[in-house]
Design a binder for this molecule. Structure first.
Ligand code: TXA
Ligand code: MG
Length: 347
């Protein structure tokens, strides 16, 4: 399959190009597009056949449901059976924005989107290109992150191209500059909402709005039965093995250095993924900085790109420095734990 690449400047979106992309969606094709979190791989969310193409392109297990992206509130009603007062409050406060709500689904939503679940995940992205595309297409757009399944989510068009060219119809390059981690996924079908995936809207913000928020057990590392189906698969993994070092903040550079040195003594090429504060204090074969510990938003923006950058090096093992779980730090640590799989060392 030939993948077309077009550039749309979010500052001055070219409506003729938006129209072309919307036409691909309406015709049942696949379009990768920028959002305010990461790039998504979209298809007509009301067309089960089109949605299947997303799973195929990504190599994604078909039981892992997708988020429906909408541009206006009018599009929400037909997709859900019921909208609780809690959901309504969150929508008014956080949409458009990086909050995905899991809601009771209506019959309109194809099984291919929900993996057969009785719920559907919906969000309204806060990105002009995404909004125009959805509005022009005239249908909700089903879209997971636009990476090959298991790889770090793409924060720029080049990362999408690397993973998916030849497998999708169109890629819209809308630049980078998103939050860098995906949306928060919150199940609001329960009396006490359940956090399924930490993301762009923080747990603190949700608690300020709703009071009590329950944690899905899959967010605890030990658990084996995740609620967000996507959380059970290996995620965000570069080619090298990632080992996450977690502990009370700030971590000691000496301890990090000890782990790096022990691995290097075996003749292994070792990488380190460090905060700016730590980067000058620890030596490894390749050091990538992921932003300042004092500005965790800078880490969110850099995280997936930094993980991908290791693929252009010879490192076989990457030690990643754990950070504070405050604010967006919870989402960052969740992605680092997923990238590390079971390889987490508590110091
Ligand atoms: O920021 C984002 O959310 C990006 C952009 C493209 O919008 N999308 C994204 O989609 O991260 P994806 O498919 O990579 O992650 C969606 C997560 C998965 O863990 C999936 O299992 C979960 O949401 N999910 C989707 N529908 C669900 C449902 N009905 N119940 C529970 N979890 C659901
Ligand atoms: Mg994803």
């Amino acid at each position: 399959m030939h993948t077309r690449l077009i550039k749309i400047d979010p500052e001055h979106p070219d409506m003729a190009l938006i129209d072309e992309a919307a036409q691909v969606i309406r015709a049942g094709g696949t379009v990768a597009f920028p959002t305010e979190t990461v790039y998504g791989l979209g298809a007509n969310g009301l067309d089960g056949h089109a949605v299947c193409k997303i799973f195929k392109a990504k190599g994604r297990p078909s039981d892992n449901p997708l988020i429906l992206h909408i541009a206006t509130l009018n599009e929400l009603r037909p997709l859900v059976r019921d909208l609780s007062a809690q959901a309504d409050k969150l929508i008014r406060l956080f949409w458009p924005g990086p909050l995905t709500l899991v809601l009771p689904r209506s019959k309109q939503v194809p099984d291919e989107v929900t993996g057969g679940l009785d719920t559907v995940a919906v969000r309204m992205p806060d990105h002009i290109v995404a909004q125009l595309l959805i509005a022009k297409a005239g249908v909700p757009i089903a879209a997971p992150s636009a990476n090959r399944s298991g790889r770090p989510s793409p924060t720029c068009a080049a990362a999408v191209w690397e993973d998916l060219h030849g497998k999708i119809d169109l890629l819209i390059d809308g630049g980078s500059g998103g939050i860098g981690v995906e949306s928060t996924v919150l199940d609001v079908t329960k009396d006490i909402p359940v956090l399924l995936r930490p993301g762009g809207i923080t747990l603190e913000e949700l608690r300020d709005t709703l009071g009590e928020i329950a944690f899905d057990s899959s967010l605890a590392l030990e658990s084996a039965v995740p609620k967000a189906p996507g959380m059970k698969y290996t995620h965000y993994a570069p080619r090298a093995r990632v080992i996450l070092i977690e502990g009370e903040q700030p971590l000691s550079p000496k301890i990090l250095q000890t782990f790096v040195d022990a691995e290097r003594q075996k003749g292994t090429q070792v990488g380190a993924l460090l905060t700016e504060e730590m980067a000058s204090l620890v030596r490894a074969d390749v050091v990538h900085t992921m932003g300042s510990a004092r500005q965790p938003l800078s880490i969110a923006a850099r995280l997936f790109g930094a993980l991908r950058d290791f693929d252009n090096t010879q490192v076989e093992v990457i030690f990643a420095e754990g950070i504070s779980e405050e604010g967006i730090g919870l989402a960052i640590m969740n992605r680092l734990r997923k990238a590390a799989g079971c390889n987490v060392i508590k110091v």
